[in-house]
Design a protein around this ligand. Sequence first.
Ligand code: PEP
Length: 256
Amino acid sequence: MARTPLLMGNWKMYKTVAEARAFAEALGQQSQKLDSRIEYAICAPYTCLHVLRVMLPAQVRLGAQNVFPEKEGAYTGEIAPGMLAEFGTKYVLAGHSERRMLFGESDQFINQKIKAIVANGMTPVLCVGENSSQKEDGVTKEVVTGQVLQGLDGLTADEVGRAVVAYEPVWAIGSGKTATPDDAEEVARAIRAAVAETWSPEAAEGLRILYGGSVKPDNVASFVREPDLDGALVGGASLDPTSFAAMAEAIKGVLE
Ligand code: PEP
C-alpha cells in the first residue's frame, strides 16, 4: 500500500488533563505495539494538547478537533490555526457531523477552515457522511462527494493529495452500527473518482481516506483491508489506551 495507514482517535469532549496523562502513560507502556509503518494521532480537547505533546509516545501525533478560520481577532471562545500550529498540532478535524448538526456548520464554513488549516502547514481531516434518511433515499455517494468537493474547494492538487478525508456515515457514529466494509469501500472509491476528475489522478492517489463510525479493535482490520480505505477515525474506542493499542495491532496484521 503506497499510502501510510492512519489510526486517528477523536476524543470529542472527553478527558481531563489528569485522564489524558493517564492515557499517555498507559499507551507509552504499550508503545511496542505501535508499528512504525502506521501513523497514529489523537484529536484531543484543547486543554489536553499540552500534556499529550509532552507525554504521548513519539509515534503518536497531535490532532485538534476544531479551529476558527481567522488569524486572530474578536472571536471569543475560538482558537486560531496559528495557535494550533505553534503547538505542534499536525492534524485538524473539520466538518465532523457533530459540528455540522449541533453547531450548524455549512460546507462553505468548513471549506474556510480547511483552507486555514492548510495555509498554516497542518493537515486537514475533512469529515463527510450521509445521514440515515439520505442512506435510505440511496443518495449516499452524491451527498458524500458533494461534501468532499465543497470542503476541499480551492486547494491545489498537491494539497488535496496530502489531505485526509474521513468517511463517517452519520448513523454509524456512536451507534454501534457500522457500514459494511464493501459499502464503505464503494463510497471511498467514489470519493477518489470525484477527486481524480476535479483535481488529478495523482491527488486522488495520494489522498488518504479513513472510515469512521463505531470502529473497534475487532472490526478495524475489515475496513483497513479495503484497497481505498487507509485507516480509521475512532471515537469511543480511542478513549481506552489498551483498545487504541489493540486497533494498532489489528492494522499491523493487515500489513503482514
Ligand atoms: C467519531 O467521533 O468520529 C466517531 C466515529 O465516533 P465512534 O467511533 O464513537 O462511532
